[in-house]
Write a protein that binds this ligand. Structure first.
Ligand code: NAX
Ligand code: ADP
Length: 280
């Protein structure tokens, strides 16, 4: 039986990561802080893309656009007017919006229909630095490919689909799983769950010791996608953005859970996320 390889585990620390976000210059304008485009929100799932969008704004992205189903654009705009929401029917419409953007996040509530896969393909064809989550990962598992300029954020179920094994197999050796995912798909991989792991190749696997089981509720992962995208838009490398996002997201959940883990909502993380990226 092969010997289990010992990896170097670095525990993520908020204070250290905050050096990546220097104070804003007095003369700054929104164009200095990047433009995120988030793609998703199929019927029944438009909350997912709404959560990702607000999270990208709350970490300080200058502009955030949403590409979603036509019937969702107006209600999303009403619920968060700072988001620029576009009803998008096809690849041409998506690519036109993407020309103004710096980073693309694909997957929250995207679904797995023909509409979903066509927008997923178009999003990757833009060549923008990307975050791929949720149904984006399910589409990736159907047609595996490698890219050095993306962050993949699987939960254990998605990781199992990507590696063609069971969720139990992933949990048996999470460090081996995150390395295998990165090796097969490239870029940076965040293996979510208690003790989330971040790996971008090389010797170090980063571990997040913050977070709590209150986070086991729908929409939490969608918020993480927005946080990573928003930090990438502000110029962080994909590895730094993933490390910082995982830490801020989990610490925000710990702050929000001070009144109890049960009943914690993904939306409850927005204000603590804002505090943490401002070092409060
Ligand atoms: N408000 C909304 O609109 C929401 C939309 N969502 C969207 O719903 C779609 C489906 O996503 P789901 O993640 O629910 O569906 P999946 O089928 O990908 O994942 C759910 C299953 O994954 C497995 N799993 C997940 N974490 C695990 C763990 N830590 N250990 C073991 N097994 C684990 C479990 O079997 C679980 O039932 C996505 O597009 C997603 O973005 C969800 O994010 C929930 C909220
Ligand atoms: N028990 C836990 N301890 C720490 N973090 C957790 C726990 N359960 C869930 N999380 C975190 O919450 C998020 C859940 O993401 P995900 O499963 O994709 O949710 P959704 O698809 O509903 O948005 C991940 O960031 C994960 O690390």
């Amino acid at each position: 039986m092969p010997e289990k390889v010992q990896n170097k585990i670095s525990v993520l620390a908020h204070a250290e990561l905050m050096t990546l976000l220097p104070p804003r210059e007095q003369e700054s304008h929104k164009g200095d802080f990047g433009h995120v485009l988030l793609v998703g929100g199929h019927r029944g799932f438009c909350g997912a893309i709404r959560l990702a969008g607000e999270a990208a704004l709350r970490v300080g992205s200058g502009l955030v656009s949403i590409a979603t189903k036509k019937e969702h654009a107006a209600s999303l705009t009403l619920s968060r007017p700072e988001l620029m929401c576009h009803g998008v029917a096809d690849q041409r419409e998506l690519k036109r919006i993407a020309t103004a953007c710096d980073v693309i996040g694909i997957g929250p509530g995207l679904g797995q229909t023909r509409w979903s896969s066509s927008l997923y393909e178009a999003a990757l064809e833009t060549g923008l630095a990307a975050v791929v989550d949720a149904d984006g990962l399910n589409l990736l598992s159907r047609s595996p490919r490698k890219n050095k300029n993306w962050v993949l954020t699987p939960h254990v179920g998605e990781a199992a689909r990507l590696l063609r094994c069971s969720a139990a197999d992933i949990q048996l050796d999470r460090q081996a799983a995150v390395k295998e995912l990165q090796n097969e798909y490239g870029g940076v991989v965040v293996l979510k769950g208690s003790g989330s792991l971040v790996y971008g190749g090389g010797d170090d696997i980063y571990m997040c010791k913050a977070g709590n089981p209150g986070m086991a509720s729908g929409g939490m992962g969608d918020v993480l996608t927005g946080v990573i995208s928003g930090l990438m838009a502000q110029g962080l490398t994909i590895l730094d953005a993933a490390k910082m996002a995982v830490m801020v997201h989990a610490m925000a959940a710990d702050r929000a859970a001070q009144k109890g883990q049960r009943g914690l909502l993904a939306s409850d993380l927005m204000q603590p996320i804002r505090e943490l990226v401002n070092d409060y």
